[in-house]
Ligand binder design. Structure first.
Ligand SMILES: Nc1ncnc2c1ncn2[C@@H]1O[C@H](COP(=O)(O)OP(=O)(O)O)[C@@H](O)[C@H]1O
Ligand SMILES: [Mg+2]
Length: 241
């Protein structure tokens, strides 16, 4: 295996087609995430944003095209293998173990071989990003609020010693204050670590505040790509209608 050039993107998607049975959702999708940067993925409901994350993370592998992660072709690899390699997918649905404590949930996130020796460092990172989880570490996850469960899901991804977090709509259904907390944490991950992030988000304002680059997905196609300095918010919002 050749070592990736240091400046190679952490994630490069080329010509991705993805289907559910006969329904084609993604059409020749191209997109990349630079190392240690935050990419926001926008687009109307039902246009393939979650499908793209599922195609990358091995939940619903693409039918055509390729995905490169950290210099390696990972197209079609199983999700548990991808977690081992440092790719963490944080789905929209709350996927935490409600009958376990917050701390037990976090420790489970560190189950893979690479993450195990780094449990204590990563716990420290999670608790510094989300002091609320530290305060509640011995509580059952079932007792957490919606916003706290979302923090726990992101925390679990960090515990896997991820190089790249794929986060699906982290702020959906949360109060404005909680939305701010969640995006504040994403901003701190960006500022204080070399972890890369791709976040799907409906709340354009919150996401624009942290994104280095944005992509807009419409009918399964990437129809717009912009760097942080060249983003016109009204142009994005227009695409939603
Ligand atoms: N598990 C599934 N089986 C069949 N169709 C699906 C499934 N998940 C999503 N779809 C369809 O795929 C399209 C894209 O969905 P999705 O990627 O979830 O959109 P978004 O995340 O942008 O709202 C929609 O038409 C949706 O109905
Ligand atoms: Mg979705």
């Amino acid at each position: 295996m050749t070592r990736p050039a240091a400046d190679e993107a952490i994630l490069t998607i080329s010509g991705l087609d993805s289907y559910y049975g006969e329904l084609q959702v993604l059409r020749q999708a191209d997109l990349s995430v630079a190392r240690a940067q935050v990419v926001a993925l926008f687009g109307p409901n039902g246009h393939g944003k979650s499908t793209l994350l599922k195609a990358i993370s091995g939940i619903n592998p693409p039918r055509k095209g390729s995905v490169r992660f950290d210099g390696v072709d990972i197209t079609g690899l199983a999700s548990d293998k991808l977690v081992e390699m440092g790719l963490a997918y944080i789905p929209e649905a709350r996927n935490i173990f409600t009958e376990m404590t917050v701390l037990e949930n976090l420790r489970l996130g560190a189950y893979n071989r690479r993450a195990r020796p780094r449990v204590n460092d990563n716990l420290e990172l999670v608790f510094s990003l989300f002091p609320r989880l530290d305060e509640r570490k011995d509580q059952m996850a079932a007792t957490l609020s919606g916003g706290e469960s979302r923090m726990l899901a992101v925390g679990r991804g960090l515990m896997s010693d991820a190089k790249l977090l794929l986060i699906d709509e982290p702020s959906i259904g949360l109060s404005p204050l909680m939305k701010k907390t969640v995006f504040g944490a994403i901003n701190r991950i960006k500022k204080t670590t070399d972890i890369s992030i791709m976040v799907v988000e409906q709340e354009v304002d919150y996401a624009l505040a942290v994104a280095d680059r944005i992509f807009l997905l419409k009918k399964g196609e990437v129809v717009m790509e912009r760097g942080a300095g060249e983003i016109d918010k009204s142009e994005i919002e227009k695409a939603y209608f």
